[in-house]
Design a protein around this ligand. Structure first.
Ligand code: ADP
Length: 168
């Protein structure tokens, strides 16, 4: 029997990603995840060798504001360095949440899910399909459009739209 549950019987899931910045697609996945699992922790990857537009603190702040605004205050936000499965063991989480947009996401997600399974057989990866209206959204396209002066308010929560405008 797998140990994906806590001793209390509850299931703690982790939704890891760069969230550079959070988009409405990420929020949609978080909403679906918290409707299924007892606890969801959005875990911002702190990878000093990867260049990001926003600092970890800024990414966390945008996420927290967006979650509260969406009535998802129950979803926690944290950050981690190093291997995801090591972080998950320290907080006793048993499920990795990832979002799927299109077939193009599949290959990379499949590879990562199998690698994480090889590293930690007790941890399961679960995928949520985003709402079709967010299927084309990514943090990178949002950054590109915003840097060219485009309006991204339909793609990202207000806290991220404001930061993108400031950091142009
Ligand atoms: P990473 O750098 O790990 O790809 P991201 O912050 O881009 O992190 O994304 C984190 C997760 O959210 C990934 O599983 C990704 O597929 C998913 N995701 C990103 N954008 C969307 C979206 N618009 N709809 C649903 N899932 C998404």
């Amino acid at each position: 029997m797998k140990k994906t549950k806590l001793k209390s019987g509850k299931i703690r899931a982790v939704y890891p990603g760069s969230f550079d910045p959070v988009t409405r697609g990420h929020i949609d996945v978080a909403k679906r995840a918290i409707s299924v699992f007892d606890e969801v922790v959005i875990a911002v990857i702190n990878n000093p060798s990867k260049k990001t537009r926003f600092s970890v603190a800024e990414r966390i702040s945008m996420l927290k504001k967006s979650l509260v605004r969406e009535g998802l205050g129950k979803v926690k936000v944290d950050s981690f360095e190093g291997l995801l499965v090591h972080y998950m063991k320290t907080i006793k989480a048993g499920i990795i949440v990832r979002g799927l947009r299109a077939v193009s996401d599949f290959e990379y997600e499949f590879q990562m899910a199998l690698m994480n399974r090889a590293l930690a057989p007790d941890i399961e990866t679960v995928f949520f399909m985003t709402d079709a209206k967010y299927a084309y959204l990514s943090s990178s396209i949002v950054k590109e459009v915003a840097s060219l002066g485009g309006d991204v308010s339909s793609a990202v929560p207000p806290s991220a739209a404001a930061q993108l405008k400031k950091n142009r």
